[in-house]
Design a protein around this ligand. Structure first.
Ligand code: MF3
Ligand code: CO
Ligand code: CO
Length: 265
């Protein structure tokens, strides 16, 4: 089943629900599991010599063979089943004939749509052995995401998430991307709720409540947080071409914490 925006001339609005009942959460979890397992399959294939288009094909085949639809395919004019962002590409890299080389990093972002609900997740993979500086960036970007998720508790404002992420990232002097954010997700791909990854207070003061579903997907860089976009209208790079990493989970807020909805088990 395709999301309603596929094939329409008009892009979908950034609107939708932000809190969900348990039956709906189960559906987001089912979609999220497919996206996560697609990333498992992609990760098994990452090696020097493979192209980003081949990784996209693996993600596509996994998602459709499990009864889901790859949410990015036909979303706002995007024409692939994943985003593949190599080295200095912050996000929204388009799969193509780029050959991965030893020492590269590649982020693969997959969203699955199943039974009316989206699950959105990404991971950064190392291609063979990478430099220690890049290895630490990848590890710490994952840690930054998890710290942001753990800070999200009922009664706090969503801006607590970015405050925690930025504080951690600044310890290492990393750039923290501001203009691409987490978002509400579920019955729509991007609900209109924005989750910054930097300290945005007093803005973005939405109060976190149980049942709220959104992504946390920080992008950290070895240099600037400023960015450029390629003429393809999608690919976003660091302005200084420094290396950048990202991780993403879809999460639901619980009375006493959170649950990850984009896990393989
Ligand atoms: N999955 C991305 C996100 O995390 C969105 C990609 S939209 C696309 O929000 F059109 F670029 F694919
Ligand atoms: Co997302
Ligand atoms: Co994503």
């Amino acid at each position: 089943m395709r999301p309603p925006y596929v094939g329409l001339e008009v892009p979908p609005p950034y609107s939708g629900d932000n809190t969900y009942a348990e039956g709906e959460i189960a559906k987001i979890r089912a979609a999220g599991r497919i996206a996560s397992r697609a990333l498992d399959a992609v990760g098994d294939a990452v090696r020097a010599g493979i192209t980003t288009a081949e990784l996209d094909r693996i993600a596509h085949e996994y998602v459709v063979s499990h009864g889901a639809y790859p949410s990015t395919l036909g979303y706002r004019g995007y024409r692939a089943s994943s985003c593949t962002s190599v080295n200095e590409v912050i996000c929204h890299g388009i799969p193509d004939d780029t050959v991965l080389r030893e020492g590269d990093i590649v982020n693969v972002d997959v969203t699955a749509y199943l039974d009316g609900y989206h699950g959105d997740t990404n991971r950064t993979f190392r291609v063979g052995a990478v430099s220690e500086e890049v290895d630490q960036l990848v590890e710490r970007t994952h840690e930054a995401m998890m710290r942001g998720i753990r800070a999200a508790r009922p009664g706090r404002q969503v801006n607590v998430i970015g405050r925690v992420i930025e504080t951690y990232a600044k310890r290492f002097g990393y750039g923290v991307v501001r203009d691409f954010t987490g978002h509400g997700v579920g019955s729509s791909f991007h609900s209109g709720l924005i989750i910054p990854h930097y300290d945005s207070a007093p803005s973005y003061a939405d109060v976190i409540v149980p049942g709220m579903v959104f992504t946390v997907e920080p992008m950290l860089t070895l240099g600037t947080h400023e960015w450029d976009q390629w003429a393809d209208g999608w690919t976003v790079t660091t302005r200084d071409k420094s290396i950048t990493a990202q991780f993403e989970h879809t999460v639901v807020i619980r009375e006493d914490g959170f649950e990850l909805l984009t896990v393989s088990e």
